[in-house]
Design a binder for this molecule. Structure first.
Ligand code: UD1
Length: 417
């Protein structure tokens, strides 16, 4: 099993370019199933999750060509299969997002239940509620969910929670349905907007993406197109917090600053200098920062995917920070790992109370999930000595060229077996 060895450093400096967003690339790859033409995608991050999803798509009959680094050509003209079993589905939850496109285009799909994961039970009831409302028969038995419909008919669907995955899956299912669908209380994340832009380029008629009411007018078919994936706001935020925590002066490039509002606001509040310049953000830190309070919320609130990284910063901030997780039920696994490094964190239900300490200490810790892994690297950059991080396959799922990018800004991190 591979591990990262991270050495504490005296500060980071230089430039780093953010990759295309994992959470935009995954649903967009699924959406290619809706169209019988050729699609070229640029800025697709080279990640384990993308590799697994391409395997799922090939299993359905999609021709996937990896033209160059970050460039993929997909052709879903001949869908030969609409069923994905547990071997692939259990490797990555987001594969479930092929269900909406398959149902819409083929009228049938069966997928193994994605099941729970480290950060909570993660039900799919809202996805299925949407498919049923559009007229599909949905049956869950023997660990498989089957959805069938002679035709899907547009309707009004209210989501009890603005789920990102459910909004995407229902939006795609409605794309080839008859008539108009309205998704009320839809998720507003930038990745939803990128998906809607991509679908519209292929000929879909979607309005309102990025607001809580999305309207989809069904069309007969979609055609091929070329699309560039938006930058990864979570990767950008991770480098911003790494610079804040380790100190230094780093320019983070290929960023859409308007996607970064909660992260920028919170870092400024704690005393970090942030300058926006077109599509780059400059972070300057003298390693002195105040404690802060955060509450994770659906977009445009603080992303739950930034919670662990902010907690890494809070462990060495001056004062007590309160971090409230409202999106996922069990997203504090990183707390034990930080405490192993000498942090002082107490959990009380959905709240983590973090008393900042002067220094964390070198330790052996475990990446319990993707963002926990990123947060442990941030923490490790601030200690005197070496931190060993195990289970780093989680980190490889979501950060492209992480070691190379960290080296470029002066961090000392190496991968060992
Ligand atoms: C997506 C992101 C993930 C991010 C999350 C929240 C991708 C591939 N992943 O995950 O990185 O952390 O958004 O921003 O884009 N829920 C239900 N029923 C459902 C669906 C969701 O109760 O049918 C609940 C979940 O249990 C969770 C909350 O809604 O508590 C948010 O989940 P959701 O927005 O669906 O997250 P994902 O799309 O899975």
């Amino acid at each position: 099993m591979e591990k990262f060895i991270v050495e504490g450093c005296d500060g980071l400096s230089g430039h780093v370019r953010v990759s295309g967003a994992k959470n935009a690339a995954l649903p967009i790859l699924c959406a290619t199933v809706l169209c019988d033409g050729e699609v070229i995608l640029e800025d697709v991050p080279e990640l384990k999750d993308v590799e697994i999803l391409c395997e799922v798509l090939r299993g359905l009959g999609v021709v996937v060509e990896h033209l160059d680094k970050n460039i993929y050509k997909l052709n879903a003209e001949n869908i030969t299969n609409t069923i994905t079993g547990p071997e692939l589905m259990s490797k990555m939850r987001a594969s479930f997002t092929v269900m909406g496109p398959l149902l819409s285009r083929m009228g049938h799909t069966a997928n193994a239940l994605p099941g729970g994961c480290a950060i909570g039970t993660r039900p799919i009831d809202l996805h299925l509620k949407g498919f049923k409302a559009l007229g599909a028969d949905v049956i869950t038995e023997h660990g498989m969910v089957t959805a069938k419909a002679d035709k899907l008919v547009g309707t009004e669907i209210y989501l009890d929670f603005p789920s990102v995955g459910a909004t995407e899956n229902i939006m795609m299912a409605a794309t080839l349905a008859e008539g108009e669908t309205t998704i009320d209380n839809a998720a507003c994340e930038p990745e939803i907007v990128d998906l809607a832009n991509f679908l519209n380029k292929m000929g879909a008629e979607i309005r309102g993406a990025g607001t809580s009411i999305v309207k989809i007018k069904g069309v007969k078919s979609l055609h091929g197109c070329r699309h560039q994936i938006i930058p990864d706001r979570i990767e950008a935020g991770t480098f911003m917090i790494a610079t804040a925590a380790a100190g230094g002066n780093v320019v983070i490039e290929n960023v859409i600053p308007s996607h970064m509002r909660p992260v920028i606001a919170k870092l400024r509040e704690s005393g970090i200098e942030i300058y926006e310049n077109g599509d780059s953000i400059n972070v300057i830190s003298d390693r002195k920062f105040k404690s802060f309070d955060i509450k994770t919320l659906p977009y445009p609130g603080m992303p739950t995917d930034m919670q662990a990284q902010f907690m890494a910063l809070a462990t060495i901030a001056d004062g007590i920070s309160v971090i409230i997780e409202t999106v996922f039920e069990n997203r504090f696994m990183h707390v034990d790992e930080f405490n192993r490094m000498g942090a002082n964190i107490r959990i009380d239900g959905k709240n983590a109370i973090v008393q900042g300490v002067k220094k964390l200490r070198p330790s052996k810790v475990r990446a319990t999930d993707l963002r926990c892994g990123a947060a442990l690297i941030i923490a490790a950059l601030t200690v005197d000595g070496e931190t060993e991080i195990s289970d780093i396959y989680h980190i490889d799922r979501g950060y492209e060229d992480l070691v190379e990018k960290l080296h470029a800004i002066g961090a000392k991190i190496r991968r060992v077996d």
